[in-house]
Each structure stands twice: as C-alpha cells, then as structure tokens.
Design a protein around this ligand. Structure first.
Ligand SMILES: [Zn+2]
Length: 386
C-alpha cells in the first residue's frame, strides 16, 4: 500500500516513506519525484504529542536499559511522532517530602534515555533545537513538569530545574499546592498565590512555557491576565462539549490563542463525554477548539495512560474518579496517531490544516518560545510577586 503524506515544511502532498525512520525536507522532495497514486492518507513527520507520561514506565523498568528503545521508540516512529513533550509527573505516594527527589530522578531518567538513544532523540533547549532535531530525523524531546510539587513555595527552584533542561511546566495537578488550586478545586474560585505569580514570572524569565492544563479555572484566568509570553494547555479538551473541570471553556480557548499559544486536545475518554470515548468524539473536540481558538492554535495532547495504568496501577487505576486504563478504541497509543489525518480530512480539513493540528502548531510554538525565547526580565508581572 502506498500512502500520501503532508509535507509540513512545504504544505504539499508527497508519498510517505515506510517505515519512517528519518524524513528530512530533502528526502521528502526526493520521494516526491516517484509519487504513486495515493490509496490512504497519513500525516507527515512530524506529528507533535504535547503530553505522554511514558517517563513513569521508563523509570519503572529502569533495570531494563533497553526498555524505551524496545517498547516506545517503535510506537513513536510508527506514529510519525517528531516532537514529544515528556512530562515529569510525581505520583501522590512521593508527596510532599520526596517530591523533589522523585522529580530529579525522573529528569535523570529522561536525560539518560535521550543520551542512550542519541541517534533517535534530541533534547531541545533553545530556539532552533527542534528544527535541528527534525532535520536530523530525530525526535525532538521537550522536558516538562506536570504540577510543581518539587518546588513548593521556593520558585527559584524553577531556575534550577530550567538549568537541568525543563522547558515547560504546569503549576498544579488536580489539587491545591503552594502555587495555585488544581481544577478539582474549582469550587474555591482560587487564583494564583503570590508564589504562583512568582512562578509564572520565573518561568518566563528562564524560557519555560506556562502550561495551564490541570489548573483551576480562576487560576487559568489569572495566568492569562499576567502572562507576557504564549500560554500552552498541553492536554485539555473543550468544556462546551463535556462539562468537566479538566476541560477549557470557550473564552479560555480563545484567550490562550490570543497569547499565541496552543491547546493540545486530550483524548482521555472521561474528558470527552459521559460515555465511552470514540475517535469521532476526539474529532468533535478538535473541531470545536479550532472553531474557538483558530486553526493555528490547536494541537494534540493525547495523554495515553492505558499502559501506565495496567503496568503500574494494576487493580487500582482510578484517580479522581477517572479510570486511567480507559482509552479510545483505535487511538490507544502513539502508533495510532496517523489515523487522525484521514479522519480530519474526511471532515473537510485541508492538508495544511491537518498538518497544523497534528504537529505544525506545537512546532511553531516550541521554536519561538523555549530557552532563548524567554521574555526579558520575565516581564513586570502585574500584581507583583515576592
Ligand atoms: Zn495530566
């Protein structure tokens, strides 16, 4: 079977290589010279995934030094994932006292994984790093924090974590911490604490993107009030389609777009609808977000947790009332991501629009906003901080 694929760099259709191991602009042009009739559509390298907690599994299987290469790399390559955000998530069992230790341990896991797969992965720290990784046929890895339990009120520790390679962070998980309330505490109507305001300022000084996924609605609005840089929601869907505190209302979808940011649509069934998840529901959320935020401000934040749940939480994988083992049939891991290209095209998305949602938008944001893209002085954040 031959495939046609969208060349994000040039907005054209070319035959896809199979399997993809390294596709550069040059090789795409080369392949275009022997095009054949398309029989299916697949997205081009690079698909961008704004949220995959796979570091938890890599740490879990730390004794097996080949685990990532064997268990994940083929899935990412099959899914044509060219940009992968790797969040550091600190499980409740480490809180509060051991959060910093576990954060450092997961950062070490990430750095060691990138070093041991240097032919396939590149840690992106500065503007240009994502493009260089893609040009080399490597997967551009961006290190992130999911919640900031390691930091507590000491927001200067975000500078330390930045020095270790972190380029993105969400302020909370579901609950309250020193910086803000998580979305499960929406009832408090709590905005950021003084430390939370300071955290935003420090992050924007050091070239870390602020991620509002998991943050309370009032906290999200506070971030959007004070930000001096694009704001990201790595894995959040649309509240207008399903009333869940983890989803973003329309006004916030538009406000994130106004900062130049991107919303990564979460595929998690509990956030898509009250019933089981389907690919059509994922497409509904993508379409709605595009309608509110615009085609340049929507991406993918799949949040694939099925494997984590079955491996690490077997028998008790319910968190905040959500079954982490649930998944959308046909969209259960990175290798399934290409199915979205044809399905979006069938809903009328142009090739350029498919390419933007599947990877181009997050690529643009990362290229302009990490590391050297820092806001000078972090901006004089209104409302101040300590
Ligand atoms: Zn999450």
């Amino acid at each position: 079977m031959s495939y046609v694929t969208y060349d994000i760099l040039h907005g054209t259709c070319v035959p896809a290589p199979a399997p993809v191991t390294a596709l550069t602009a040059g090789s795409a042009a080369q392949l275009a010279s022997h095009a054949t009739a398309p029989t299916a559509m697949q997205p081009a390298w690079p698909v961008a995934d704004a949220h995959n907690d796979l570091l938890m599994l890599v740490q879990h299987f730390a004794a097996d030094r080949d685990y990532f290469r064997r268990a994940w790399l083929p899935q990412l390559r099959a899914g044509q994932v060219g940009i992968q955000v790797l969040p550091v998530f600190v499980d409740e069992s480490w809180l509060p006292g051991l959060a910093l230790r576990q954060t450092l341990a997961l950062i070490e896991t990430a750095l060691r994984t990138v070093e041991s797969c240097a032919d396939d992965l590149a840690l992106c720290l500065e503007p240009g790093d994502v493009e260089q990784a893609l040009a080399d046929g490597r997967i551009a890895v961006v290190l992130a924090l999911e919640g900031c339990p390691a930091v507590g009120p000491d927001t200067d520790l975000l500078r330390t974590l930045s020095r270790l390679g972190v380029r993105m962070a969400s302020l909370t998980h579901f609950g309250r911490n020193f910086l803000a309330d998580g979305s499960a505490e929406d009832g408090t109507d709590g905005r950021l604490t003084r430390a939370g305001v300071s955290a935003v300022k420090v992050m924007q000084e050091t070239g870390m993107l602020v991620d509002v996924s998991h943050l309370s609605l009032a906290g999200t609005r506070h971030v959007l009030d004070i930000t001096r840089a694009p704001v990201l929601a790595t894995h959040s869907s649309c509240r207008a389609l399903h009333e869940h505190h983890r989803n973003l209302p329309d006004a916030e979808l538009r406000a994130i777009a106004a900062t130049g940011g991107v919303v990564g649509i979460n595929f998690f069934p509990a956030f898509l609808s009250p019933g089981p998840g389907t690919i059509d529901l994922v497409l509904d959320h993508i379409e709605h977000a595009v309608g509110q935020a615009g085609i340049e401000h929507v991406g993918l934040g799949p949040d694939f947790t099925k494997e984590i749940a079955s491996t690490m939480y077997a028998g008790s994988h319910v968190m905040e009332g959500i079954d982490l083992a649930a998944a959308v049939p046909g969209l259960e891991g990175p290798a399934d991501l290409p199915v979205l290209a044809g399905r979006l095209a069938a809903r009328g998305f142009s090739p350029a629009d498919v390419a933007a949602v599947l990877g181009g938008n997050l690529r643009r944001l990362l290229n302009s906003s990490i590391g050297g893209g820092a806001v000078p002085g972090g901006g004089a954040v209104p409302g101040g901080g300590p």
